[in-house]
Design a protein around this ligand. Structure first.
Ligand SMILES: Cc1cc2nc3c(=O)[nH]c(=O)nc-3n(C[C@H](O)[C@H](O)[C@H](O)COP(=O)(O)OP(=O)(O)OC[C@H]3O[C@@H](n4cnc5c(N)ncnc54)[C@H](O)[C@@H]3O)c2cc1C
Length: 379
């Protein structure tokens, strides 16, 4: 049996950051994958959006300021620069490697890892013996005094074996399903205000883009809002879209009325203003018969149309399979400031295994770096 002071379970973003930042010399880093930080290759559409210059807790489900006081986006960038990674930020503050290839991030990490690597080895069991932990992989038995759970969204089994309580892992940053969007399939909306409304009335809104699918809605804003449904209502609720967020309801009513003078068939009334698929949806939701001249539109009908323009509604009841992050995991209240389990001394929990999730834009990787760094320094 190989013996170490520390075993890091999982060589994803948080696990490698922990390994890179610790002063401990006796460290085993274990992963079922054949390459450390391999998952980073698919992040940010292959570019790896590693952090965001506008970092603060408002982008997360919980307050992380005390952790960012220790290791924030600036320290992260400095850390990566010191190991050779050059980066740039786009106009939204999203930081990428200057090469625009996630592989650059993976390569600098791989070049700088000094610990013993146990790759291609799935962790199958963890036992406790004489106050130490024994990790059974497919090929090895590794003993460690302390362990770091950095196995991301697949941590449930390991946490169960360690008898550490945690919230169920469920997809977040995910497209929402169940909406009657067949006629809008492929339509993209920009600069709209999108709101997620839970069955209990809880609401969260964000400006941005929406992409309609055959049977649901996608796009960064929908991803960000999906967290509310994931946490509050098992993905059931309503997405409301304000197509003209800069105008008040009354202004929209006046705008609709003013277009009566175009003197076209009603279904052509929004040509030059909305895409055809969107105009059709507005009429459908407003329950307006479009088989008449625009000048015959009644004031009450203009109000109904304005209502739909300000609040196009889509019911959702589930999520798609491809998600970017899982919510759930060990709650921060069950961890110390050094992210050690209060239930189980010697067990530290990092990254997605903690019940922390952020919006799209580099915030989830930042949490992985921050948590991995704090644990690494505290070992
Ligand atoms: C397609 C996609 C794109 C994304 N893009 C971005 C982005 O651009 N920016 C951003 O901030 N976030 C992004 N994310 C989210 C981000 O990747 C995660 O938040 C982050 O990787 C979490 O880090 P982690 O260390 O907790 O877990 P992970 O990075 O998932 O690492 C966990 C590691 O544990 C290993 N493991 C799990 N179970 C076992 C086991 N039993 N035995 C051995 N090894 C095990 C896995 O192989 C893995 O290497 C993206 C996610 C996805 C899916």
């Amino acid at each position: 049996m190989k013996k170490y002071k520390v075993a890091i379970l999982g060589a994803g973003a948080s696990g490698v950051m922990c390994a890179l930042s610790t002063k401990q010399k006796s460290v085993a880093l274990i992963d079922s994958s054949t390459k450390p930080a391999k998952k980073l290759l698919v992040t940010g559409n292959g570019r790896c959006n590693l952090t965001n210059t506008n970092l603060n807790s408002s982008f997360y489900n919980t307050d992380l300021e005390k952790f960012f006081d220790v290791f924030d986006q600036n320290k992260t960038l400095k850390f990566f620069q010191n190991i050779g990674l050059e980066t740039y930020a786009d106009e939204e503050g999203r930081v990428y490697p200057i090469s625009n290839f996630a592989k650059s991030v993976v390569d600098v990490i791989e070049n700088n890892l000094k610990c013993d690597l146990f790759l291609g080895q799935k962790i199958e069991k963890i036992a406790s013996e004489n106050g130490k932990f024994v990790i059974f992989t497919e090929k090895e038995q590794i003993e460690a005094e302390k362990i770091v759970v950095a196995t991301g969204g697949s941590s449930a089994e390991i946490l169960n074996q360690l008898k550490i309580k945690h919230k169920k892992f469920t997809p977040s940053l995910v497209a929402l399903k169940g909406a009657d969007t067949h006629d809008l399939n492929g339509t993209k909306l920009s600069n709209v205000l999108v709101s997620a409304v839970c069955e209990d009335g809880k609401k969260k809104s964000q400006m941005g883009e929406v992409l309609f699918k055959e049977n649901g809605l996608s796009g960064i804003v929908v991803f960000n809002l999906s967290t509310l449904f994931a946490r509050k209502s098992n993905y059931c609720g309503e997405i409301e879209i304000d197509l003209l967020p800069k105008l008040t309801y009354r202004q929209v009513v006046e705008k609709v009325k003013s277009r009566k003078a175009l003197n076209v068939r009603l279904d052509k009334m929004f040509v030059g203003m909305f895409q055809n698929s969107v105009a059709n949806e507005i009429f459908k939701q407003a329950k307006i018969n479009t088989n008449k001249p625009s000048e015959n539109l009644a004031d009450s009908e203009a109000e109904k149309i304005a209502n739909s323009i300000k609040s196009l509604k889509f019911k959702v009841d589930s999520c798609y399979d491809n998600f970017q992050v899982l919510c759930g995991g060990v709650e921060l209240c069950d961890l110390t400031d050094k992210l050690e389990s209060k239930q189980r001394k010697g067990v530290y929990v990092a990254g997605e295994a903690v019940d922390v999730d952020g919006e799209c834009g580099g915030f989830n990787l930042q949490w992985a770096w921050t948590s991995g760094y704090i644990i690494g320094k505290g070992l």
